[in-house]
Design a protein around this ligand. Structure first.
Ligand code: ADP
Ligand code: ADP
Length: 233
């Protein structure tokens, strides 16, 4: 069974005076281990789609099944627990706690998961080593470069061993050389079998994925494999 099964999902934002039909019947399946790039013009529904994938928002109509859970039927408390256990998030703006050092930032999701202080610290150290920041545990976000901050955010996203990594414009605030480093980390995670869904405006970034879906006006208008550049010659 695919990790993600969305069937005829609609999202309507009711603003009182107006209704915005942000998603208009999205059906999509994503299997374990896929690396999906999400593209489309501004306002086409990408963020709404990611919010539903991330269990941050419910569809107005249709069903969403994640790892066998019918998300739309889970009560709020169980939904929060499933989200913390199953999904890691990475954002354009890094979303780190500015007053906490790298180690404490990475420990955060494990506090919610109820791990002991010792376990948290051990796993946070390991996660930071994995993204090449083993020597920056004590640094606060302001003392790290943008690329290093994003690596802390990736370590934080992975520390509960999620089944799904959601990345919303993760390279949007980074220069192109640093973007390549971040994409190399995501590609390594993909090779290890992690399922990744990534929103990006940049074709060069989308080219690292294995599949591309394109939104327009709340519809999914394209869904195709990304050609492997090694096959291009
Ligand atoms: P392809 O490379 O297959 O032709 P496109 O470049 O047309 O794909 O991009 C796919 C989708 O992404 C389109 O809906 C396009 O409007 C949108 N898109 C491309 N570049 C940008 C951008 N810089 N900002 C916002 N949307 C973009
Ligand atoms: P994208 O991420 O592709 O830019 P969005 O999913 O953010 O697209 O937006 C899709 C449509 O839904 C847009 O018309 C946007 O204005 C609207 N929208 C998004 N979020 C909200 C919200 N919280 N309340 C009302 N309308 C929203």
């Amino acid at each position: 069974q695919p990790l993600i099964v969305m069937h005829q999902v609609h999202k309507i934002y009711d603003l009182g005076t107006a209704r915005v039909h942000a998603l208009r019947g999205i059906s999509v399946e994503i299997s374990q281990g896929e690396f999906v790039a999400v593209r489309g013009p501004s306002g086409s529904g990408k963020s709404t789609f990611m919010n539903i994938l991330g269990c941050l928002d419910h569809p107005s109509q249709g069903s969403y099944c994640l790892a066998g859970y019918q998300v739309s039927r889970l009560p709020a408390k169980q939904l929060a627990r499933a989200r913390n256990r199953l999904i890691g998030f990475v954002f354009q703006g890094f979303n780190l706690l500015n007053r906490a050092n790298a180690l404490r930032n990475v420990e955060l999701p494990m506090i919610y998961a109820g791990l002991s202080r010792q376990q948290r610290e051990l796993r946070a150290r390991q996660a930071l080593q994995l993204v090449g920041l083993g020597d920056r545990l004590d640094h606060k976000p302001a003392q790290l470069s943008g690329g290093q901050q994003q690596r802390v955010a990736i370590a934080r996203a992975l520390v509960n061993s999620p089944q799904l990594l959601l990345a919303d414009e993760p390279t949007g605030n980074l220069d192109s050389r640093t973007s390549v480093e971040i994409m190399a980390i995501l590609q390594a995670l993909h090779r290890q079998g992690l399922t990744i869904v990534l929103v990006t405006h940049e074709p060069d970034i989308a080219a690292h994925a294995s599949r591309r879906i394109v939104f327009r006006d709340g519809h999914l208008i394209r869904d195709e494999p990304v050609p492997d550049p090694r096959d291009a010659q």
